[in-house]
Ligand binder design. Sequence first.
Ligand code: F6P
Length: 754
Amino acid sequence: MRITLRLTLSLLVVVAAVAAFSAFFQLRQEREIQQEDLGRRSLLLAQSLQESVEPLLTKGPSQKLQRLVERFGNRERLAGVAVYDLKGTPLAVTASLASVLPGLPPIVAESMTAGVDVGGFVTVGGRDLHLHALPLRPDDKIAGALLIVHDAAFIQSHLSRIWRRTFLRVMIQMVLITFVTLLVVKWNIAGPLEQAAEWMKKLRLGETSEPLKLPKADFFAPIAKEVSTFAAHLAAAKSAAEQEARLRENAESLWTPERLKEHVRTRLKGKPLFIVSNREPYMDMHRGRAIETIIPAGGLVTALDPVLRSCGGTWVAHGAGDADFETADANGRIRVPPEDPCYTLRRVAITKEEEDGYYYGFSNEGFWPLCHIAHARPVFREEDWAQYQRVNQKFADAVVEEIAGVEEPCLLIQDYHFALLPSLLRARRPDARIAIFWHIPWPNPEAFGICPWQKELLSGMLGADLIGFHTQFHCNNFLDTVDRVLESRIDWERFSVIKGGHPTVVKPFPISVAFPNAFQDIAPIGKPVLDRAALLKELGTKAEFLGVGVERMDYTKGVLERLRAVERFLEKYPQYQGRFSFAQIGAPSRTHIKRYHDFLAEVDAEVERINWKFKARDWKPVVYLKKHHSHREILPFYMHADLCMVTSLHDGMNLVAKEFVAAREDNGGVLILSRFAGASRELRDALIINPYDIEQTADAIRYALEMDSEERSARMKRSRETIRENNIYRWAGNLITELSQIRREPRPAVPPAV
Ligand code: F6P
């Protein structure tokens, strides 16, 4: 039986049962009301007649008495009136009563014997009657009785009328309910299900890549979400299989998530991979009453999340979101990504004092400017150093907990926040295979020499088996620094350092993005991104050409220089005024540090100045979007911009450059790239500029806009090929190959650096 029919029948049965039940009670109540009413009326009538009858009773049957009862007997619904003496002999009876009630009803004797009114219903000859007998006392002594007889048939016909009306009402209700049910089922269930089935068919036939859109989002949202995710997985698996087949056909060796997964499984012999970083990949934040998960800005998360999504494992990081420990379990663990959990995030809690000293102080006011040549003076404070050591120790404890029970665990430590962690872990788990990857540049020995704790930091790092940088240049700087500062042996042939008998290999591993699925947090089948016209409308500028910059707002990124180059370009090539707009997306970062706070104010002022200088009605030279943007929000900018500007004054790699290239499936757009960003070593087809040279950058903007379309597409194709070959899966694969190949010889534990 079809579900609609079953639903309708069930509804009909329930409605009919409820209606019958309520009608039954209604009728019963109505019957009682009518009967009581009739009883009351009989009593009143009997009492009013009593006074006139009693004086005539002693005189026996008389015409006067007969006339009296006849007069009374004419009333509506009255079947008759009779007066009896003490023996029950009728003294006067209305003419109509004789045919209705032939004999003496027992109620008359009952009333005289009991000396009270007696009433009740009887059926005589198929007729419903109500009898009411009242004892008569002419001289305070019972001498007879008065009988009032009502025809009660009207009660039954009244009840039948009610029943007929109720029946009709129920029928109408049933028809309406059935009709409405069918409509509701059709609109809200059958319709969307048919739509979903149609969508699945189209998906299977490859005729759509749109997400499943169901009208009643609230009702169907969980199903639509699951089905879309499922479809996304299928699409990804299908595309991976096709890609594998293509690769086999072309005998290529492209790295894919599946290949990395298999590689890690073989290399680590099925053991999980561990990543440690300060910044966590998923941050839970209170937004009013709700909790929202955000993906923090920055290259580290962009690069490493796809690695763990592909091969699983555990990521240990600072739980910096204000709702992080509400969503995690009692040990700070939570499975992520939220929409498709495939690895564990272990959140480490640190106090405000620790965060101030370790993160804001030592890491970002000391180490950061120390490693970046961006003309900001490093600040080293004794108390920050103490917190840096304390937090490194805290993370060591958390990591030791996570790797308990795993033999020779493989650990990838990230960045300058954890220079001491390798040796702290080596001391506690000599069997661990430890790599530390440095996401920022490494300066020359003279520059590094200003750090008061350079020996401790270098010794801490050398607890690792492998140290990775983005470029050979940074590796060389590091080896030079170690050579200058520590007692150790440098093997320049193998690029390794031997300290205390422990070798550490130092190698470049240029980091990358998850090409071709760089935007995988937007499910492959996700909401369509904004088109160019809608994007410009949202920006509130009328422009023919669009440039974009995407940044975590940091003074090393050359944002001020970039804005000046845009200004110079508009000045030098006024034909572009009113036609070119530059959108700067900027996620505020490390704002508790004065240098960053001041930097934000400087950018505000510069944007304001330039926009004022070229003030026009519908056009803005610079649109500054100062807030954290999700990948979904950034993607349309990458896709529709004519050019993207990466003008870092000094940068380890810069993944915005690679993300922009990854987003340009149309082979459109031009990348203007600083020669001081690591990415410029690989992306040779970008327009490479010196961001300090404003004139050159302004000319690069013009060149990008006027570039012949063939050249533009050829450059972008080659850039995409570079990233396709050297994607994040290759980066992780190479790092893990290197780490797993390191020979393990029994050796004494290295004492911790601090
Ligand atoms: O680029 C250096 C780096 O530490 C990255 O590793 C990270 O993604 C980015 O800066 C973000 O910085 P923070 O974690 O301080 O917001």
